[in-house]
Design a protein around this ligand. Structure first.
Ligand code: TXA
Ligand code: MG
Length: 325
């Protein structure tokens, strides 16, 4: 398949309406959009990404008032979160509407709904006028794409079009909150923090690793199958370090990469190193740094774990998954 490189939101919407696959920017990461009511098109998307079919997709809408295009109902807590944070980097898991194809939700009775806060994404969604399922635009398991070039690396020749927009700003994916049962539960941390959610709905809680493990062991169904698959992994081995790795021998650092937020003695020994000025910058540039490590064929990258404030918690989660731990 010949991939078109486009910069017209009308063209993007047209391809989606015809059942094609279009990568476009959102404020978090690039998404790979497809008409969520077209089961065949959705099946093509799973193939293009190499995505396990039991991992559901998020449905994107242009406006929070249009939630009923994807969801069967909007529980009161979900309405409060929608009013407070949408458009923005938040996905609400809601009871699903019939019209959304079962391929999108991997057979679940719920659907993830997100209203992105990005002018290009919103214009495409408005013009397409169909619910658009969009996972991150990367080959399954790889770091998400935050630049159109990264998307091209993974998906050129496998999808219909790539929108050549600027790099995304937040850099890690939306917070996913399950609103389909009594209390909202955070399934995936993101730029909207647990504290922010609790300010609006105090009963919101986190689906922690303890619960994740308990369910796995007992064989209970997992709410968000996506959290079980390998994710965000470069080819290079990722080694998490809590503090800058002072004790590493020059021989090792000369063939390794490093990223973090703190300068340290020996930093210049690393063959490739990046110090980010803030947690926000770290989140924004993390995936692209991992990709650069792979482009330069490093075998190993030392990653300083992010502190747990604000977006740091979500970044830490991605770092842990990138390391496969
Ligand atoms: O920021 C984002 O959310 C980006 C942009 C493109 O919007 N999208 C994204 O999609 O990260 P994806 O497919 O890479 O991740 C979707 C996550 C997965 O962990 C999936 O399991 C979860 O959302 N998810 C989707 N629908 C769900 C549902 N009905 N119930 C529980 N989890 C769901
Ligand atoms: Mg993804």
């Amino acid at each position: 398949m010949l991939t078109e490189y486009i910069d017209s939101t009308e063209r993007a919407a047209e391809i989606i309406r015809m059942g094609g696959l279009v990568a476009f920017p959102t404020e978090t990461v690039f998404g790979l959009g497809v008409d969520a009511t077209n089961g065949d098109a959705v099946a093509k998307l799973f193939q293009a990404k190499g995505r396990p079919s039991n991992n559901p997709l998020i449905v994107h809408l242009d406006d929070g008032r249009h939630w009923a295009r994807a969801a069967a109902e909007l529980p009161t807590v979900a309405e409060a979160l929608l009013d407070a944070f949408c458009p923005g980097p938040l996905t609400l898991v809601l009871p699903k509407r019939q019209i959304i194809s079962d391929e999108v939700t991997a057979g679940l009775a719920t659907v993830g709904v997100r209203i992105p806060d990005h002018p290009i994404a919103r214009a495409i969604l408005r013009t397409a006028a169909v619910p658009v399922a969009a996972p991150s635009a990367n080959r399954s398991g790889r770091p998400s794409g935050t630049t159109w070039q990264a998307v091209s690396e993974d998906l050129d020749g496998r999808i219909d079009a790539i929108f050549t927009a600027d790099s995304t700003t937040i850099g890690i994916e939306s917070t996913v909150v399950d609103c389909s049962s009594t209390h909202p539960v955070v399934l995936r941390p993101g730029a909207i923090t647990l504290e922010q959610l609790q300010q609006v709905v105090p009963q919101t809680r986190e689906f922690g690793p303890v619960e994740e493990r308990r369910r796995l062991v007992s064989g209970e169904p997992v709410n968000s199958p996506g959290i079980l698959h390998p994710h965000y992994q470069p080819r290079a081995e990722v080694i998490l370090v809590e503090v800058p790795p002072v004790g590493i021998s020059v021989g090792v650092s000369a063939v390794s990469a490093f990223c973090g937020t703190e300068e340290f003695e020996g930093l210049h020994e690393f063959a490739l190193a990046k110090i980010f000025g803030s947690l926000e910058d770290y989140a924004g540039g993390f995936y692209e740094f991992l990709r650069e490590v792979d482009r330069r064929a490093f075998e190993r990258v030392f990653v300083q774990t992010a502190s747990e404030d604000g977006i740091g918690l979500a970044l830490r989660d991605r770092q842990r998954r990138a390391a496969g731990t």
